[in-house]
Every structure is written in structure tokens, then in C-alpha cells.
Design a protein around this ligand. Structure first.
Ligand SMILES: [Zn+2]
Ligand SMILES: [Zn+2]
Length: 144
């Protein structure tokens, strides 16, 4: 069932609606907000009822109905999207997902890097496709 999110941006006196699935990842939602508002994902601090939404969370942890209101605070300086603490300069930037993290969450494993998972998935798909195509060749050879 799709969820209709209303994103409220008090600093811009702006409200936008986006429709997502409850399993949509938070970075993807930020990306959708970015498409509509031009606010970079890094500068978005999202919360529901004053509860900070972590990048590593799933929307379904916060949303129990088919609609929800999210408040977006625009951050001038990036904050760690996992714990909302100050980020570390340079070494805090993840080269996979382009977010900045605190010293504790800067490694892809510690922030459950969405991008590295995508890389792994596409790699896995490539491998299984390859196996499948080799199997077809094998079958052909056997039938000769
Ligand atoms: Zn952190
Ligand atoms: Zn990352």
C-alpha cells in the first residue's frame, strides 16, 4: 500500500506531497524531496513528531497509516544522518552515498550504506546472469 507523505519545510513555508512505498529507504525519500525542492539530501534533516529519522531506518518504523507528515529542517552544515551529531571533515564523507558522517558512522558498514548494498546487489545479479548464460551454453553442448 503506498504512503502519501506530506513534507513540511517551515523555513521555506513550503509543503510538498510525495507518494512512496512503506519500504522505501530514507535516502531515496530524501532524493525524491531533492528532485522537488532542490534541497540537497545532505542538508535535509527529517523528523516525525520531533523524532529524528535516521538514514538507516525504514519509513515503516515511523508510519502506521497510509499518510504521514514529515518536517524538514534545512541544515547549513551537514549532520550525521544516522545520529544527527556533527560530522568529521573530509574523512567523514562516504564516497559511495555522498553523505557526511560523524567519526562513529563514517565507514559504509557503520551507516548501512545504501549505495554499497546496491553495488553488491547489481554484482550479485551480474554473477547469477552469467551463471545462467553459462548453463544455457552447457545445455546446448549436452544436447549436441
Ligand atoms: Zn553518527
Ligand atoms: Zn555510504
Amino acid at each position: 500500500m503506498p504512503v502519501c507523505i506530506t513534507v513540511e519545510i517551515p523555513s521555506d513555508e513550503l509543503k510538498i506531497d510525495i507518494v512512496v512505498s512503506p519500504t522505501t529507504s530514507i535516502p531515496l525519500i530524501k532524493h525524491k524531496i531533492h528532485e522537488q525542492t532542490d534541497i540537497p539530501s545532505k542538508q535535509q534533516c527529517l523528523s516525525v513528531n520531533d523524532i529524528f529519522i535516521k538514514n538507516t531506518d525504514k519509513l515503516e518504523n515511523y508510519v502506521k497509516e497510509d499518510k504521514c507528515l514529515i518536517t524538514l529542517k534545512k541544515m547549513k552544515k551537514p549532520r550525521c544522518p544516522v545520529c544527527n551529531k556533527k560530522t568529521v571533515l573530509l574523512v567523514g564523507d562516504c564516497s559511495y552515498c555522498k553523505y557526511s558522517y560523524c567519526s562513529q558512522h563514517r565507514l559504509p558498514e557503520s551507516h548501512d550504506c545504501s549505495h554499497i548494498n546496491e553495488c553488491k546487489e547489481s554484482q550479485y545479479k551480474k554473477n547469477s546472469d552469467l551463471l545462467l548464460s553459462q548453463k544455457c551454453v552447457g545445455d546446448k553442448v549436452n544436447s549436441l
